[in-house]
Design a protein around this ligand. Structure first.
Ligand code: 5GP
Length: 204
């Protein structure tokens, strides 16, 4: 099947402190025909978060009913909370030609790769371990113990970067966004995306 009119499904992961949210905000300024998927979660809403914008916030029974009904493309239990990617909305957006971004953790990214092999996965890393440490410390709101735990989780996640299609360094924000734009551009030139167009030209 020719895929040329469809958008891409782009999975974006990276450890806490890699700057995923800032990168996504930068990408939103670019002309990418982009939509970000809104996940459903059972974790409590944080200050400043808005239901239906940051997440769809729900309770455990509703989330588990949604699992049973096949509502999710993937879901995980991360810490004490469920997080899941609604499937139908994403499929509709891709069909409409949007490049759909999922900002999800490594376990979920692996599940998306299995369920949706044509997805593109990008892992964002900080420029160095020192930069990661200083970004995690920079938040300044946590105890030394919490910081150490976050660093440990971040380092475990870094070891899984090799499972991704691409690894992008977030040192200079603009360069990092340029790199992701270049990936999207290259993916849209893949033979299976273009072949329908070429075949039409070739048909006499
Ligand atoms: P937070 O609670 O800080 O918003 O998110 C915790 C982690 O869950 C982050 O790594 C975030 O990217 C990930 N996450 C958010 N939504 C989903 C989702 O739908 N599926 C998966 N697998 N991870 C998610």
């Amino acid at each position: 099947m020719a895929l040329e009119n469809k958008g891409l499904l782009i999975v974006l992961s990276g450890p806490s402190g890699s700057g995923k949210d800032t990168v996504l905000a930068e990408l939103r300024k670019r002309d990418l025909n982009m939509k970000q998927s809104i996940s459903m979660t059972t974790r409590p809403m944080r200050d400043g978060e808005v239901d239906g914008v940051d997440y769809w916030f729900t309770d455990v029974p509703t989330f588990e009913k949604n699992i049973e009904e096949g509502y999710f493309l993937e879901y995980v239990k991360y810490g004490d909370n469920y997080y899941g990617t609604p499937q139908k909305k994403i499929e509709e957006l891709i069909e409409e030609g949007y490049n759909v971004f999922l900002k999800i953790e490594v376990e979920g990214a692996g599940n998306v790769r299995k369920a949706f092999p044509e997805s593109v996965s990008v892992f964002i890393i900080p420029p160095s371990i020192e930069a990661l440490k200083s970004r995690l410390k920079g938040r300044g709101t946590e105890s030394e113990e919490t910081y150490k735990k976050r660093l440990e989780i971040a380092q475990d996640e870094l070891l899984r970067a090799k499972e991704y299609d691409y690894i992008v360094i977030n040192d200079d924000l603009s360069k990092c966004a340029d790199d992701i734009c270049a990936i999207i551009s290259a993916e849209n030139s893949r033979c299976n995306k273009m072949i329908g167009l070429v075949d039409n030209m070739g048909n006499k």
